[in-house]
Write a protein that binds this ligand. Sequence first.
Ligand code: AQP
Length: 342
Amino acid sequence: MTTHAPRVFSGMQPTGNLTLGNYLGALRNFVALQDDEAFERLYCVVDLHAITVAQDPATLSRTTREVAAAYIASGLDPKRSILFNQSRVTAHAELGWIFTCVARMGWLNRMTQFKEKAGKNRENASVGLFSYPTLMAADILAYRATHVPVGEDQKQHLELTRDIAAKFNNDFQVPDFFPQPEPLIQKETARIMSLRNGANKMSKSDPSDMSRINLTDDADLIAQKIRKAKTDPEPLPSEAEGLEGRPEALNLVGIFAALSGVSVADVLAEHGGQGFGAFKPALADLTVERIAPIGEEMRRLMETPDEIDAILADGAERAGALARPVLREVYETLGLNGGGTA
Ligand code: AQP
């Protein structure tokens, strides 16, 4: 039984345009949690994670603000939630290093995301890409966060966070120093798939822009991408079982269900028997209605980057005030005299 106060932490990488997958899998949940006063909430733009793969500095600076703009445009209120970018709070990098000394090579060797992202070019991947989950553990545990809203792809990293917390508590005989954070995964939207290939997840770094809906896409582009989304020639079934073995159809129906707030069964009850020629325009209209206003608001916010920076600076100050005492205790626990005070 943990004694830690309920606290939510999550983040997104500024590695490109946020997608409908990021929105339905995680961001929408960040916003929903804002109404739950039981939790203190920290939402971070994890720019230090972004540099685990090559980034153009000017682009990174812009996309960091853009992710912050997406947070705000989606409904996060910087007064009710703490919004900041990771590199402004040095506790993340400090604790990240300490956790690279707690985590075991064998644990990291099992991470599927590293294998996917490094691909065949493993020898040339950055050490940061390999040790990414230790920094993610630091992001969460620097605040002793108890709950982490994420998509399915982050589940394994969160399990590693729990292992790191347990090993730290055990190695240094400090029971319950760090909590065992729980993932908050929305089952229905845990994995939104690419529009070009139902076997791959929708991803902001997919080389094909047609594979994803970006939150910044305008109405015409959203409609075009849905019109061109890969499907099969069969009409939609009337029941969910009929979507088995049809990953692209399942994905589009799942997106429709998530955006309209109903179940897959309800969508099929209404649209079953329709071909994609009829279903896709309905999905396009719904997606435009829900997503295009977010992009418009993002563009408005991006006109005043100084205001975004001020929000991030304020959030970083509040986040730093929470993390510093934890870090101080970590340094003391490890016998690192005066650590973190320079
Ligand atoms: N397709 C997805 N479906 C559901 N959830 C998703 N998430 C990402 N893609 C999907 C969730 O979004 C949050 C932020 O993700 P991230 O920025 O940390 O990076 P990621 O998980 O690696 O997502 P991307 O879009 O694929 O980024 P790149 O291309 O940079 O690797 C996480 O909670 C994630 O689960």
